[in-house]
Each structure stands twice: as C-alpha cells, then as structure tokens.
Ligand binder design. Structure first.
Ligand SMILES: C[S@@+](CC[C@H](N)C(=O)[O-])C[C@H]1O[C@@H](n2cnc3c(N)ncnc32)[C@H](O)[C@@H]1O
Length: 201
C-alpha cells in the first residue's frame, strides 16, 4: 500500500511530513472535490444534488478524534455527533445510500433492510444500504463500485479521504464523482490523484 492509497486513522505519519498544502475546491473532468464538514452542517451541500448513488466509509469511533485533529477541528466531537449528522442525511435522501463503518456506529443509524460484512481496501467493515430494494450482496467494495459504475451516473462520497473506492468506480467506467472531506489536505491529495488518472484516459 502506498502512502496515499487510503486515508486511515492508523497511519502514523501526518500530511505535514510530506509537505502537502490543503485546497478548498477543485473541479476536473470526472470529479468535483471540496472541503466540507458534514457533522458540523448535518446536511449535504448543493454539489451533491445530482448524485444518484452515495457511498461513504465513515470513521470508527476511535478514528473520529484522530481525523478531527488532522483536520484541525477545535470542537470536541464524538460518535453521537457523527450518528446525529448521518441520521439526518440518511433520512432526508431518497437516493441509494451505502455506508461501511463499525458495528457500533451502525447501531446508531436507521435500521436497514440488510447489514453484512464487506471486504474493503484495508480491512473488513460492516456494510448497509438504504433506499435500495435489490436483493444483491456485495463481497467487496470493489464489486460494489463495479455495480455502481454500470448502473448509476454519479457517485457521492462525503468522507472521501484519498478516494480509493472512487478510483474503483472510475476503473469500471464510472462517469462522475462528487467528493468531500473536512480535511483540505485530503482534497489536495485527491486532486493530484484525479489529475494523474485523467491524464491517462
Ligand atoms: C475511513 S476514512 C475514508 C477513507 C477513504 N475511503 C479513502 O479511500 O481514503 C474516513 C474519512 O472521513 C473523513 N472525515 C472524518 N470526519 C469528517 C467530517 N466531520 N466531515 C467530513 N469528513 C470527515 C476523514 O478525514 C477521513 O478521510
């Protein structure tokens, strides 16, 4: 795994060690990326209006504080704040909404039709999907992204980190991405990765 494959709270080195500067917004051929704190706003910004499938890999409880510190968020926030914001977003959207995270956080979200383990890039996560009647179970997040690329036009991820599942979506022919993270350094990393990807298509 290279340094910017996946943004995990388990990473010991911080962005500043790599001399990266944060950015607030970028737009490329396939992607709009921007800094956005969904816990603070408890809703999604207008950039997400045209998304037709949401997928997020939300932090584990222990990761919340680490990610907040990295994003220089001053306010103390915990799993209850995260659950409140996610509940508000999930109940407002009519679009398919898939989320991989810890069982603990899942237990604080609306009850989905199905909840099961899924193999994500670095580990197994608990997966649930809302507003989706199909009876399909995905074994891996790559399989999910392949399905999304074939059946939907625009994927949205408001905990995008370095965008690993989003690059799977593109690999399978996915067209458009709306991505945000509260850490502007993630947006900078995503922009560079996206530009490199788009150079070669
Ligand atoms: C498990 S990581 C997601 C990793 C990502 N899928 C990747 O490929 O790198 C969770 C992400 O959520 C972001 N995050 C945490 N709290 C957030 C908040 N309040 N608003 C937006 N993003 C947040 C973190 O900065 C982190 O990048």
């Amino acid at each position: 795994m290279s340094r910017f494959d996946y943004h995990t709270a388990l990473q010991s080195k911080n962005f500043s060690d790599f001399g990266i500067k944060g950015i607030k917004y970028f737009k490329s051929k396939k992607c709009v990326g921007f800094q956005y704190d969904f816990v603070e706003s408890k809703s999604l910004s207008k950039e997400y209006d045209n998304v037709d499938f949401f997928y997020v890999e939300a932090p584990y409880p222990k990761g919340i504080k680490i990610f907040d510190e990295r994003a220089k968020v001053k306010k103390q926030r915990g799993i209850e704040d995260f659950a409140k914001a996610l509940n508000s977003i999930i109940t407002k959207t009519r679009k398919p909404f898939a989320i991989s995270t810890s069982k603990h956080l899942h237990n604080k979200l609306p009850t989905p039709k199905m909840r099961y383990q899924i193999k994500a890039y670095i580990c197994e996560l608990t997966f649930a999907i809302y507003n989706w009647e199909k009876n399909i179970q995905f074994k891996t997040t790559e399989q999910l992204m392949k399905y999304v690329a074939y059946n939907y036009k625009c994927v949205g991820d408001f905990c995008c980190g370095y965008g690993q599942p989003l690059f799977d979506f593109l690999k399978y022919g996915g067209q458009k991405i709306v991505a945000s993270d509260h850490n502007d350094l993630c947006i900078s990393v995503l922009k560079e990765k996206m530009e490199n990807y788009e150079k070669n298509i």
